[in-house]
Design a protein around this ligand. Sequence first.
Ligand SMILES: Cc1cc2nc3c(=O)[nH]c(=O)nc-3n(C[C@H](O)[C@H](O)[C@H](O)COP(=O)(O)OP(=O)(O)OC[C@H]3O[C@@H](n4cnc5c(N)ncnc54)[C@H](O)[C@@H]3O)c2cc1C
Length: 291
Amino acid sequence: MKNPAFIYHRPVGLDETLSLLADVGHDAKILAGGQSLLPTMALRLGPPEQLIDISRVPGLDGISVSATGEVTVGALVRHATVEHSADVGRYAPLVAETMPYIGHRAIRNRGTLVGSIAHADPAAELPAVCLALNATLRAVSTDGTRDIPAAEFFEGYLQTALKPNELLQQVTFPAWPSTSGGALVEVSRRHGDYALVGLACALDVRDGVVASASLAFFSVGSTAQRVSEAEAHLVGSEPSAELFARAAEVVSEALNPAPDVHGTTAYRKHLAGVLTERGLSQATAAIGVPA
Ligand SMILES: Cc1cc2nc3c(=O)[nH]c(=O)nc-3n(C[C@H](O)[C@H](O)[C@H](O)COP(=O)(O)OP(=O)(O)OC[C@H]3O[C@@H](n4cnc5c(N)ncnc54)[C@H](O)[C@@H]3O)c2cc1C
């Protein structure tokens, strides 16, 4: 199906982009890689009247690592660039591990990491990774700059805390301690499909006990979501198969994913439990402690 007609803007600077957003933001959408926006427009799912193409805006295509190991990814960094970045592999290994799960190579060559976060698809991997890692999202507008914790960013199905006049400029992933391990696990019908259920998990194990745990699920509701009851169950205990099995039970009890043509609620709850045990085992193995 062809896209509906729209007014096209292609600013060449950040100030010009923000001025445009201030003027027409209520009727416009940012066009980044177009891998989510253009299909939804073609399907007439709330198509915007105006598009602001940021592909020519300089300064948004960088990956940087701070002296303390935080990794920042700019709004125009493509999935494929993140996937092959040595810095991301070293300083944000859970992000690197996630990238091959995102669609297919052609999509990763065009789509952007920040675009996926701004799109806030509850079935996408990266919003869950942001939640698991407590990432920080930076929004800019003519009113200034604000940093939004991932926990406050995803508000509902394709809904975020971004205001119509704001551009999501970058995402920052916190430093990854050497005592941490993570895993991205999902069940999908074919590799590259959106997951039936997925989990981004991170564990920090110090002196043989779990110091912190993040379990962020996707494809289980209107947003990615952490299961704090299961995380609390893990903290303070030694990693073990029994501990992970109990955490899996807590997860299956806590989540209530809606049924669809791909699976019932009971099946998805079961998958979430299976993925909990699998993800925690992989995360523990990545740290190199016995479980
Ligand atoms: C066949 C297919 C399979 C896919 N499979 C997966 C998958 O398995 N997992 C997955 O996670 N994704 C998948 N995707 C989506 C893909 O990851 C997209 O690249 C990503 O969701 C959006 O990135 P984009 O740069 O293409 O954003 P766009 O499509 O350009 O924009 C998406 C939305 O975000 C907004 N936006 C983008 N950038 C900004 C910004 N900087 N500030 C404010 N708003 C912004 C846009 O206005 C729009 O509303 C798939 C896509 C296709 C077509």
